[in-house]
Design a protein around this ligand. Structure first.
Ligand SMILES: Cc1ncc(COP(=O)(O)O)c(C=O)c1O
Length: 382
């Protein structure tokens, strides 16, 4: 969809893209200054393969301060984005045929990373009725003797769904009954939660899982640092050591300058995060309200992240104003782009249809224009 949207823009069409997975703000100045200072001080050489001790300590302090979790620097890995961390962990642990439970809708990279590492993704479909959250029964049914990991992501990309303490506890209770299953928790959107929702993470909710939990996070989304490529995780020391070996023999350390910038992000003033939350919450409410006013679309209000995942069940079977048959979410998204100039990502990519994902990390004006076009497009379906 992105490629097609790009081609249409290049050909002079008026296209609004709601497919970006990154904040539309600039990185805060204090973080940029820390990077400039690192360059000036010559911190431009190789570092330890999985990160400088100062950043590992800042990560330990963050986990203690924000999540009540105790980790030592030897239990921390720094990678080139959360993406590399997740990939390293799967490469370090999966043998041929090992299964990984992935709740759907899922972030697109999880199943492919599992396949690359020789594992077998086991998709457990969460439904619109449960707010796109996996239930204890579904998790129980997905676990087999071959299960190695559950990949858990809250708030979620693509749905924005965030698990409450009790909802997460019902899943960790299942894991307690299956001591061979580990949990890889992707907490990338931790700071983007709205209303009175309180973020929580598995090792915090069930301390008995501490020894089989890898808690993954990063600076990309919280500090608008997607291009700096710094992610991190904490977990059992032997797992972190195995991940270090893989990183050491593949990419070595993440960019030294970005690491110093991330130290400032984690240790510096945190007010930036609260300001962004208020802005994103306003945009979420704008988008949810306008989409629910579109004929045939039903859009739940997510707890966090900067995505919504509306259902288009009420549009399937109709024909677009331009004559396209709306068979599924892919044909809906294609017709929406070609006829209304709005680029979204269709749900099949995330493992649950018929839906599409909108990223509302863009200006109020663009969001209003795009949602108006979606309303007009839906009104024209027959
Ligand atoms: C759920 C989720 N996990 C991980 C990542 C990767 O983030 P990073 O930039 O730290 O590699 C993303 C980025 O889109 C994401 O949405």
């Amino acid at each position: 969809m992105n490629t097609k949207a790009g081609e249409m823009k290049a050909a002079g069409h008026d296209v609004i893209s709601l497919s970006a997975g990154e904040p539309d703000f600039d990185t805060p100045q204090n973080i940029k200054d820390a990077a400039v200072a690192a360059i000036a001080a010559g911190k431009t050489k190789y570092t330890a393969p999985d990160g400088i001790i100062e950043l590992k300590q800042a990560v330990c302090d963050k986990f203690k301060r924000e999540n009540g979790l105790d980790y030592q620097p030897g239990q921390v890995s720094i990678g080139t984005g959360g993406k590399q961390i997740l990939y390293n962990a799967l490469m370090a642990t999966l043998n041929e045929g090992d299964e990984v439970v992935i709740p759907a809708p899922y972030w697109v990279s999880y199943p492919d990373m599992v396949l690359l590492a020789g594992g077998t993704p086991v998709i457990a479909e969460a439904s619109l009725q449960t707010g796109f959250k996996l239930t204890a029964e579904q998790l129980e049914a997905a676990i087999t003797p071959k299960t190695k990991w559950l990949i858990f992501n809250s708030p979620s990309n693509p749905t924005g769904a965030g698990y409450t303490w009790d909802e997460l506890k019902s899943l960790t209770d299942v894991l307690l009954r299956h001591p061979h299953v580990w949990v890889m928790t992707d907490d990338m959107y931790e700071h983007l939660v709205f209303d009175d929702f309180e973020f929580c993470t598995p090792a915090q909710v069930e301390p008995a899982l501490y020894d089989r939990t890898l808690t993954v996070n990063g600076v990309s989304k919280a500090y608008a640092m997607t291009g700096w490529r710094i992610g991190y995780a904490a977990g059992p020391q032997h797992l972190i050591a195995a991940m270090r070996k893989i990183q050491s023999q593949s990419t070595s350390n993440p960019c030294s300058i970005s690491q110093w910038a991330a130290v400032e992000a984690l240790n510096g003033p945190q007010g930036y995060i609260e300001d962004n939350k208020a802005l994103f919450q306003r945009r979420r409410d704008l988008v949810v309200g306008m989409l629910n006013a579109a004929e045939g679309i039903s859009c739940p209000t997510p707890e966090g992240a900067f995505y919504v995942y509306p259902s288009i069940a009420g549009c399937v079977g109709k024909t677009s104003p331009g004559g396209a048959a709306i068979k599924d979410d892919e044909s809906f998204a294609t017709a929406l782009l070609e006829e209304a100039g709005v680029a979204v990502v269709f749900g099949a990519a995330f493992g649950l249809s018929p839906n599409f994902r909108i990223s509302y990390a863009t200006s109020d004006q663009e969001l209003t224009d795009a949602c108006t076009r979606i309303q007009e497009f839906c009104a024209g379906l027959s």
